[in-house]
Ligand binder design. Sequence first.
Ligand SMILES: *[C@@H]1O[C@H](CO)[C@@H](O)[C@H](O)[C@H]1NC(C)=O
Ligand SMILES: *[C@@H]1O[C@H](CO)[C@@H](O)[C@H](O)[C@H]1NC(C)=O
Ligand SMILES: *[C@@H]1O[C@H](CO)[C@@H](O)[C@H](O)[C@H]1NC(C)=O
Length: 628
Amino acid sequence: MARMGAFGVVVVVMVAMCVSPILGTFVVEENSLTVSTPDSLKGTYQSAIGNFGVPQYGGTLSGFVMYPTVNAKACEKFPDNYFRSSSGARPNFALVERGDCYFANKVWNAQQAGAAAVLVMDNKKEELITMDSPDDDPVASQYLQNISIPSALISKDFGDKLKAALASKELVTMKLDWRESLPHPDERVEYEFWTNSNDECGPKCDAQVEFVRNFKGVAQILERGGYTQFTPHYITWYCPQAFIESKQCKAQCINNGRYCAPDPEQDFTKGYDGKQVVTENLRQLCVFKVTNNSSPRQPWKWWDFVTDFQIRCPMKENKYGPECAEEVIKSLSIDVDAVRKCMGNPDADVDNPVLKFEQDAQVGQGTRGDVTILPTLIVNQRQYRGKLDKTAVLKAICSGYQESTDPPVCLSDTMETNECLDNNGGCWKSGSITACQDTFRGRVCQCPLVNGVQFEGDGYTHCEANGPGRCKVQNGGCWEETRDGAHYSACQDQHPNGCHCPVGFEGNASAVTGGCVDINECTARTKCQCPECKCTNTWGSYDCQCSGGLLYFAEHDTCINRKSAESKMGWTVSLIVLSGLAVLGLGGYVVYKYRLRSYMDSEIRAIMAQYMPLDSQNDSVQNHNDDV
Ligand SMILES: *[C@@H]1O[C@H](CO)[C@@H](O)[C@H](O)[C@H]1NC(C)=O
Ligand SMILES: *[C@@H]1O[C@H](CO)[C@@H](O)[C@H](O)[C@H]1NC(C)=O
Ligand SMILES: *[C@@H]1O[C@H](CO)[C@@H](O)[C@H](O)[C@H]1NC(C)=O
C-alpha cells in the first residue's frame, strides 16, 4: 500500500542482511489535472498516478467531480450506479478520502458504482506518493485485476478546495491529462522491464508471469519492427561486507556476496535459495545479451525463453534450475555455450559485469527514479504506473510515439506473429500435426486437438493422442506397416493409451517407422519346436509343417496323427458343446428368475401379442413354459 511496499517486503525477506546499494530517490509519476469550472479553482494541479487500474497514457479524460456524502472513504460498497452519469453526459470522477482501507479497495468500490476515475485526497499535508496495490491480500487480489479505471492521489489542500466548492453546490469540471506523462515521443520507444525469475512469490509473481505471457506477442512484433528497444532488468542486491560469511548471505548470494536475491520461500532451510534465483536471473540476462548481440540480432527471443522457462521449469514442480533452463535454451536454438560464458563462474570471488551493470542501473537517473517496486516497467525513462495488463501497457508504449509514427499494432490489435513458421517455434511436431499455435499472445506450444482427438503432453518434446478415435489420427503416432497385403498396427483399440506392438512383433511401438519388428518365432525357439516340426518364419507370424503326414497342433506345439487329432478334436468339441449348453441353461434360468418373470407378466404379454408377429409370440411363450 505504501510507496515502498515491495521494497519493504524484500528487506524483511533479506532478514536485514543484504540491503539496497543506495537508498536514493523514488520518483512519483504524475499526470496533470486541469480544473475548468468553477472559476475560483481554474488552473492546473498535480496528481500522482495510482499503480493499478488503467491510466489513459497519451490521452485525456474530462468529467464532473462527485463527493459521496456517506462512505466518504469509499471503504464500503456504494449503491448501484451511484457515480454513473446519465447517457450522453460527461462521466463522473469520484472524490474520496484516504484512510481505513486499501487505495485499490476504494477505487474498486467507486468503479462498481459507475465512476470513470477516482481522485483520492490525502489526509495530511505531505508530498504526493504513489498509491500502490496491496501485496499479499487474497481478497484484494480478486478485484485488483478487474480495476479498469484510472486513479490519482491529490493533495489534502486541493481536495479540501474541491470539497468546499461542491458543498456550495458548484459544478466542478476537470480534465485528467496523461499526455505529458511519458516524455519525448519519437519514432522509437525505449522501455525496460524490471522482473525476477522467481515464480513463487504470490500474487505479484503470478501477475508478472501472466503479463509476460500475454504481452510477449506484441513485444515481439514491436521489437522485430524496430519500433522499440526493449531491455530486461533484474533487481540485484549485495551482502554487506560484515555478513559475507553468514549462512544467510551464503544461501542468498553468488560471487562471494556480491549479488543476492531473497529466498523464494523466505525460509533458508527448505526449497530454493536466493542464490539459485540470482543465478537464473543472470541466465535470463545472458540469454538477452547473447541474442541481442548475435548476428542476426534476435533480442525478442528473451520473451520466448522467459515464458517457456516459466511453463517448463516452475519451482512448484521442482524443475527450476540450470538443467531445465538449458533445455529451453537449446529448444530455441540459442547458443548455450555463449550463455554459459556470459554467466561466468558464480562461485568465483570476482565481479560479474552483467550483474554489476544491473546493480548500477537500479539507482535512479534523471527523471526515472530508483527501481524498488517489482515488477516495474519503465517507458521512455519514466516509470509506468497502472496494472500490468497487455492493453494498458501497450497503450502506454504507443503513447510514446510521435503522431503518424505509431506502429500498426498501436492502431489495431488483430495481429499474428507467424512464429510457428520458424523452426516450428521450438514446439513438438509430427508430420503435419503440430503443437505450435500462433496466437495474439505470441506462439504457444500446446498439444493440439485434431479431428476431435485430444493430444496430451508437454507440447515441447512430447504429445500423444489419447481416447477413442485416436488411431484414426496419424495412427495415434504409433508404428504401422503393410507388406504383401498384410497390415499390422501398434495402435490398438483395446489399449486406450500408448502404442503397443501387435502379437508377433517387438520393439519401440512409438517409433513411427521401423518401430516394431517381426519376431522370428523359429530362431527364437518359442514356437514349432517338436522334432517332426518344420518351422518357417513369416512377417508377423510363422508357419509350421509336420513331416510324415502328421498334423500340427498349435495349442500344444506338437505333431499328431490325423486320427488322434480328430478324436482329440471330437473330445474337445463335445466338451465345448456340453459346457456351452450347461452355461446356456443356467444363464436362461437366471435371466428368467430375475428378469423375464418380472417383465413378462401376463398383462404385458397380452399387449405385446397385439403387436408382435405370431411366431415370436409363440417363441416367448414357449421359452416361458420350458423354464417352468
Ligand atoms: C473479475 O473479472 C473476471 C472476468 O471478467 C470475473 O470472472 C471475476 O468474477 C471478476 N472478479 C470480481 C471480484 O468481480
Ligand atoms: C542490445 O543491442 C543494441 C543494438 O545493438 C544495443 O544498443 C544495446 O545496448 C544492447 N543491449 C544490451 C543490454 O546489450
Ligand atoms: C521410441 O521412439 C520414439 C520416437 O522415435 C523416441 O522418442 C523414443 O525415445 C523411443 N523409445 C525408446 C525406449 O527407445
